[in-house]
Write a protein that binds this ligand. Structure first.
Ligand code: DC
Length: 225
């Protein structure tokens, strides 16, 4: 199986690029962030304190996460069989997920599922520790990043286009704070794999970014695209 790992900070466009690439290559896209968000949602629904690692770990045997393509052609995420694709995107769930994703038992719970998916399908998997921990043998590892300013600009534009209020300076400060937290956490800190290709997409369009990855696949003889 061909495995492509895409890691990088929040807001670097990993899922957008990974989805577009998966469509082009007819690979399965695995959104590991969505898997962590399912656990975050379950913890929230149970009213358990996300900082209480033992209480969160005790819930894990009751949680089954799965991904599949629905009729609309989009990938949907299921928590114990329930489609939670939209519910996991709420802001409160993002915050809880950021906390529970630091718990080693949570990471261990998802590790085997992520590896099983990569063993049985050609995948493009995005996350934080795919190239370093989950798929150290991936044929191609990309560490995707963009300057904090570029990410804040994209996010501001996205919110405004949805008719929501957005202040560039506030968003930039939030992005900088989250970067520091992600890089300094003890469990699975965000660090590139030593053999990852560092790709700065601050000045790339999505199509240019997909092309750049396809070029690497061809250059390395992994796939002829
Ligand atoms: O990519 P995302 O925003 O959907 O990720 C949600 C949260 O899960 C975020 O706080 C980072 C965490 N995460 C992680 O720790 N490891 C992964 N492989 C993917 C996401």
């Amino acid at each position: 199986m061909i495995n492509i790992a895409i890691d990088g900070p929040s807001g670097a466009g990993k899922s957008t690029v990974a989805k577009a690439l998966a469509k082009k290559l007819h690979f399965v896209y695995v959104d590991t962030g969505a898997m962590y968000r399912c656990i975050g949602l379950y913890v929230h629904r149970c009213g358990v304190d996300a900082h209480d690692a033992d209480a969160v770990a005790a819930l894990l045997p009751k949680i089954t996460v799965s991904l599949s393509y629905a009729e609309d052609g989009e990938q949907h995420v299921y928590l114990n069989g329930e489609d939670v694709s939209f519910a996991i995107r709420e802001n409160v769930i993002s915050l809880i997920t950021s906390t529970i994703s630091k718990i080693p038992a949570v990471r261990a719970h998802l590790l085997s599922l992520q590896r099983e998916m990569a063993a049985s399908h050609h995948v493009i998997m995005d996350g934080r520790d795919i190239g370093t921990v989950i798929l150290p043998g991936a044929q191609l590892k990309i560490f995707l990043f963009a300057s904090a300013e570029a990410r804040a600009k994209r996010r501001t534009k996205e919110l405004i286009s949805r008719g929501q209020e957005a202040d560039f300076e506030t968003i930039l400060a939030e992005i900088n704070a989250r970067d520091i937290q992600d890089q300094s956490r003890e469990t699975a800190p965000l660090v590139p794999a030593s053999d990852a290709v560092m790709m700065d997409n601050s000045d790339m369009t999505i199509a240019q970014n997909v092309d750049a990855i396809c070029m690497l696949l061809a250059q390395r003889g992994i796939l002829n695209v």
